[in-house]
Structure formats: C-alpha cells, structure tokens
Design a protein around this ligand. Sequence first.
Ligand SMILES: Cc1cn([C@H]2C[C@H](O)[C@@H](COP(=O)(O)OP(=O)(O)O[C@H]3O[C@H](C)C(=O)[C@H](O)[C@H]3O)O2)c(=O)[nH]c1=O
Length: 181
Amino acid sequence: MTVKETNLKECYIIEPKIFNDQRGYFFESFNLNKFNELTNSNIAFVQDNESCSSKGVLRGLHYQEDEFAQAKLVRVIKGSVLDVVVDIRENSPTFGEHFSIELSAENKTQLFIPRGFAHGFLVLEDQTIFSYKCDNYYNKAAERGIIFNDITLKIDWQFNISELILSEKDKELPTFETLFK
Ligand SMILES: Cc1cn([C@H]2C[C@H](O)[C@@H](COP(=O)(O)OP(=O)(O)O[C@H]3O[C@H](C)C(=O)[C@H](O)[C@H]3O)O2)c(=O)[nH]c1=O
C-alpha cells in the first residue's frame, strides 16, 4: 500500500498492493493499522456506503456540517468515476481549491477525504459501483452542498453538461459564494 498526499493537506491518494495470479487478483481494500500509520491518522470508520450509477450521473458536491462532518475513504468496485473534492476548511491555505482524480475498478486507486471537504463524482461508465467508508454517521439535518458547476470553484468535469443526470436536490444546491463569503 502506498500513500501520496495531494495538493490539499491531509487528502491522500492510496494505491493498494495488488496480488495477481493465474486465478485473478487479491488486495487488502482497507487495513486500519497500515492506514493510520501511513496517513498519520487515528481514524475510526463507522459507516460504509455503496451506490450504483449510470454513465453521466453526477452526485455532489456534498458535505455534512460542523460536528457531523465526515472523513471518507472512497473507491470504485465496478466502472469508473471522476472524483472531485473541495477544501472548505475556512482556515486552510487551500480553502476553495479542489482536486480531481479518476477512480476505477481497473486502477483500484482510493482517495482519503478528510473532514472539512465537499465531495462529488461524475460517473464515466454505466452501472458504476462506488463504495466508501465514513468516520461519522449520516445526519440528514446536517447535509449541505455546493452546486457542481459553481463559477468560483471552476471545476472541469470533462463532460457535456447537457448529458448530466443529477438529483432534484443537487440541481438546486447553493453556490460557494452564498455559503462561504
Ligand atoms: C448519504 C446517505 C444517504 N442516505 C439516504 C438518503 C436518501 O434517501 C438516499 C439517497 O441519498 P443521496 O441522494 O444524498 O445520495 P448521494 O447523492 O449518493 O449522496 C452522497 O453523495 C456524495 C458524493 C457523498 O460523498 C455523500 O456521501 C453523499 O451525500 O439515501 C442514507 O440513508 N444514508 C446516507 O449516508
């Protein structure tokens, strides 16, 4: 397992060690001791989530507020996504900056997203299965979000906006300026 910090402090790209043989492959999708040692964390995940989406679906940008904030370890089990995280830690030197990466069943790359980030992903293949661990429980009342095509964040989703599939909730999300300025 290798870990590399992104341009956003404490947000890590994780490459698990894959064991291939004539039967197929094996890898440890999560190991608490190795994770905490390599990311200098003391994480305690409490909830696993899974979603399946068609090509063109965009889920996000979502986060939970304050004490309900969630750190997430995200990966793709089937298909591929463009995963995007936004640093919304107001005291962070990279406040308002984002990072994007392709996560896929093929590359098996994982992304650790610390608390204080908004998260979203664009689905690149039909029937993509997205699986992730959270270190805090879902709290509907604390759910917040930023519109995906926010003019301040300037995220390049690399996809034809007219073909995107969003939830009614995500279509109505506020702008970054509305939330943080
Ligand atoms: C997130 C969540 C949702 N739900 C229920 C609430 C809704 O009735 C239904 C679908 O929820 P939602 O449309 O918010 O699902 P996503 O759009 O995939 O939301 C997620 O997408 C972005 C990318 C994330 O990083 C968050 O984990 C999360 O916000 O599942 C639960 O019961 N528990 C949960 O933890």
